[in-house]
Design a binder for this molecule. Structure first.
Ligand SMILES: NC(=O)c1ccc[n+]([C@@H]2O[C@H](COP(=O)([O-])OP(=O)(O)OC[C@H]3O[C@@H](n4cnc5c(N)ncnc54)[C@H](OP(=O)(O)O)[C@@H]3O)[C@@H](O)[C@H]2O)c1
Length: 327
């Protein structure tokens, strides 16, 4: 028996107006997959870029498509062979990437190990802001740069979706955290643990900061090369902005001046790291700031907000109408 669900389809390449409500077949979990009733999702810049260009930079799937990666919800059914999750479990995750997760929908299927138990003290709306952005920050700072106590870490766009989580993860590991953001966001970032803040509209970060061990580059362009100039010997710039095909080579791990390095990193689904993020949340060391919350049917407005480039924290989407943003 076929069952329908509500979803948001990007019908063709274009502005946020191409996002339309549709009734689609509910997906069916295959072997090792779970079917999740989505309570909330969130918008990431990659969703907007895919909608605008008509294609993701990381797969060949063409529009029309259901976009969206982040999921917080409840396991509805499990496919053959799944032992780690069961119907009724509250989970969060970022499944399937680099393929589309199709999370702008009431139901999503994905590999069981791309999900983890939702942090107990966090509601679905906030938990939906954590997977893609939180895994990006974790994989950049912990897996790639091995941030540890005493390291000086600079986070660019510290108030953004990735940045505000990166500030907290670096702080939880005992780093000295420097962030760039407009001055009206400095009080918020101090609450998250930032030690030094630079208003990038007033001063150049490379004129006022030096001796940095790790830079998380969320901006690209000349910020990447200028970030290299503030590193200590042995330091690393981890950039999450893809190198331009027509730009200078930036692949893997290029040695640069005095033993410094720049590494380009693309986030991956990772249930084990999601559990680490949940542990930080439960310990009171990591929270998700909500810039705004929209119902699923107002996805065009959510994309327009994301595309201002001014979000503080995450743009979240309520899929189940009663899902709250209470904690
Ligand atoms: N490679 C990967 O795996 C990966 C994963 C996730 C994201 N990304 C990419 O990383 C980028 C950031 O993602 P996000 O989700 O954090 O974006 P976001 O939430 O849209 O970032 C918004 C923040 O950026 C700040 N900002 C804008 N220009 C700035 C500048 N010149 N200096 C300092 N802050 C600035 C804004 O602060 P103000 O209001 O103060 O300007 C705002 O708080 C996007 O391009 C995204 O596609 C890559």
């Amino acid at each position: 028996m076929s069952m329908l669900m509500k979803a948001i389809v990007a019908e063709r390449a274009g502005d946020a107006g191409v996002l339309k409500v549709a009734e689609l077949e509910r997906p069916v979990p295959g072997p090792t997959e779970v079917l999740v009733r989505v309570h909330a999702t969130s918008v990431n810049p990659h969703d907007c870029k895919t909608r605008a260009r008509g294609r993701s930079a990381y797969n060949d799937e063409a529009l029309p498509l259901v976009l969206g990666f982040d999921v917080s919800g409840v396991v509805e059914a499990v496919g053959s062979g799944v032992t780690i999750l069961a119907p009724g479990d509250e989970v969060f995750g970022f499944p399937k990437f680099p393929h589309h997760a199709r999370a702008y929908a009431e139901y999503v299927c994905g590999p069981a190990r791309h999900f983890a138990p939702k942090p107990a003290g966090m509601d679905h709306i906030r938990a939906a802001g954590l997977p893609l952005a939180g895994l990006t920050a974790w994989q950049a700072l912990v897996d790639t740069a091995q941030v540890r106590a005493g390291r000086r870490v600079l986070v660019h766009a510290a108030a953004g979706g990735v940045g505000h989580l990166a500030v907290q993860i670096a702080k939880a590991r005992g780093a000295v955290v420097i962030g760039t953001a407009r001055s009206e966001k400095h009080a918020f970032l101090r609450q998250l643990g930032a030690d030094q803040l630079i208003d990038y509209t007033q001063e150049e970060f490379d004129a006022v900061v030096s001796d940095v061990d790790v830079v998380l580059d969320t901006l690209g362009g000349d910020v990447t090369s200028r970030s290299l100039t503030i590193l200590r010997e042995g330091g690393v710039v981890v950039t999450i902005i893809p190198p331009r095909l027509d730009g200078p080579p930036l692949e893997g791990d290029l040695p640069t001046r005095a033993g410094t390095h720049v590494k380009w990193m693309l986030v991956e689904p990772d249930g084990a790291a999601l559990r680490e993020l949940a542990t930080l949340v439960d310990a009171g060391k990591l929270r998700v700031e909500l810039d705004s919350v929209f119902p699923l049917t107002e996805m065009p407005e959510a994309h327009r907000r994301m595309e201002t480039g001014r979000a503080t924290g995450k743009v979240a989407i309520r899929v189940v109408p009663s899902a709250s943003a209470g904690s």
